[in-house]
Design a protein. Structure first.
Length: 210
């Protein structure tokens, strides 16, 4: 059954929010199933952020492919989608360095935004913990290397999809223009699957000891 088309009167009668005196953004929620909780330790919060930004990007891509309204919004949503996906990768790499870098003598890097730099440290960590990988594992590392370099080239310092201009007021020139959201989401799934598998693999190796 086709959805009822809203009349102009219906639109006018919709609730319209407007800031009012005494308003607050954050309100305590008594219902346990509607309550939002913030993780209180570094590793938990970091892994939830990594997963959360990835899922936010997925949700926006799904919306943009769902119906006409979503397709019209693609040119608006491309910026938060790209930021969410890129930031999820950055957080994943920082999480791996924080979680496993110590086992390989690699310092955590919580300041750098360069995905290439972070992945280089991650790969050094992986190579030291697993110095003799199966040929398929080595091929996966090389494939991930190429994807991360491509993403880092599109947004070298995590500013390209957050701001229209640089600090001098010049238009940020994007190296990525027209592209497929669905293909991007598929490859981001591949990266996420690799990271999740890598976590299990490295955890197994460090738990087993020398």
């Amino acid at each position: 059954m086709a959805e009822k088309i809203e009349s102009f009167l219906d639109i006018l009668q919709k609730p319209f929010e407007w800031p009012m005196e005494g308003d607050k953004l954050f309100l305590e929620e008594d219902s346990w199933w509607r309550k939002t909780e913030i993780a209180s330790d570094v590793l938990s919060r970091l892994v939830l952020m990594w997963d959360g930004y990835k899922r936010a990007g997925d949700a926006l891509v799904e919306y943009s492919d769902r119906d006409e309204a979503g397709r019209i919004d693609r040119n608006t949503l491309v910026y938060p989608i790209m930021f969410c996906y890129r930031h999820s990768v950055e957080l994943a790499l920082k999480w791996f360095l924080l979680m496993y870098g110590g086992y390989a003598g690699v310092e955590p890097n919580l300041k750098d935004h360069s995905l290439t730099t972070l992945w280089k440290s991650c790969r050094a960590t992986i190579n030291r913990i697993d110095p003799e990988p199966h040929p398929e594992d080595q091929a996966s590392r090389d494939a991930v290397d190429a994807l991360i370099q491509e993403l880092d080239k599109a947004d070298p310092q995590s500013f390209a999809f957050r701001y229209a201009t640089d600090t001098a007021g010049r238009l940020v020139l994007l190296k990525t223009k027209d592209f497929s959201f669905s293909h991007l989401a598929k490859k981001m799934d591949a990266l996420q699957n690799y990271f999740k598998g890598l976590d299990g693999h490295l955890d197994h190796l460090v738990s087993a000891g020398p």
